[in-house]
Write a protein that binds this ligand. Structure first.
Ligand SMILES: [Zn+2]
Length: 236
């Protein structure tokens, strides 16, 4: 099993994402194992706000639990396993159904950074179309390795992707970074939709997006500590 500090941070990440409105009864966050890059940690099938250390399971990159002990895994764990498989740079993954992002996926509207906090979004956000991978009659969920691989391919080298009629995924090189990205992608979606109703939007250009992203990454501990303080009372 991985070290207690990493599990503790993963439990906090679950609680923070709930507290900030990114996940509800659904959605999940994982982190790559700190000692074995062929494995990752993800809670059993449970609402993120209720996750405790004992709920954290270990998986291999086929999405199979290595220490289930009777615990039931999330159906959509293949989102995580297939991204870790093809993206060695990725250390943490968030999947959510957060509402402000949904209109972008279903209209094909490009999600782009409207302010400095979401510079990480870069020039354009990919949109995963499940019909291209599995035809017109799915239940929309990433329920096997093949669908996970198709989603990972659609994500490509990007930090964030939308899933048409379903939700989104954020990836990062730390748990702190992926939590930050999941929170601010949702905020950006709200602001962008609001701005588009008001008039013509001026987006961050590539240089501004990259510069803002670098600056925010350099102070990532600050929002992480702030969010952690807000969920301090929750059981671990
Ligand atoms: Zn989902």
């Amino acid at each position: 099993m991985s070290n207690a500090g990493l599990i503790d941070d993963l439990v906090s990440a679950n609680h923070i994402l709930y507290q900030e409105g990114v996940v509800d009864g659904f959605g999940h966050v994982s982190v790559r194992h700190d000692k074995d890059p062929q494995r990752f940690l993800l809670a059993r099938s449970i609402a993120p706000a209720s996750v405790r250390a004992k709920d954290i399971m270990e998986f291999d990159l086929a999405g199979e639990p290595v220490n289930a002990r009777g615990r039931k895994p999330y159906l959509e764990r293949f989102i995580h396993s297939e991204i870790y498989r093809v993206r060695p740079d990725v250390i943490a993954v968030v999947h959510s159904h957060s509402s402000a992002l949904i209109p972008f996926g279903i209209t094909g509207t490009s999600l782009k950074p409207v302010y400095h906090m979401s510079g990480f979004l870069g020039a354009a956000t990919p949109i995963f179309e499940i019909r291209e991978a599995a035809g017109p009659a799915t239940d929309m969920l990433i329920r096997d390795r093949k669908l996970g691989a198709a989603l990972a391919k659609s994500l490509g080298p990007a930090p964030f992707a939308l899933m048409r009629g379903h939700g989104s995924i954020a990836v990062g090189n730390t748990l702190k970074q992926v939590v930050y990205r999941a929170i601010y992608a949702e905020v950006n979606a709200r602001l962008q939709a609001e701005a588009m109703r008001l008039g013509t939007v001026t987006y961050l250009n590539d240089a501004e997006a990259a510069g803002a992203s670098r600056t925010n990454d350099s102070v990532i501990d600050r929002p992480w500590e702030h969010w952690k303080n807000k969920v301090k009372g929750r059981k671990k």
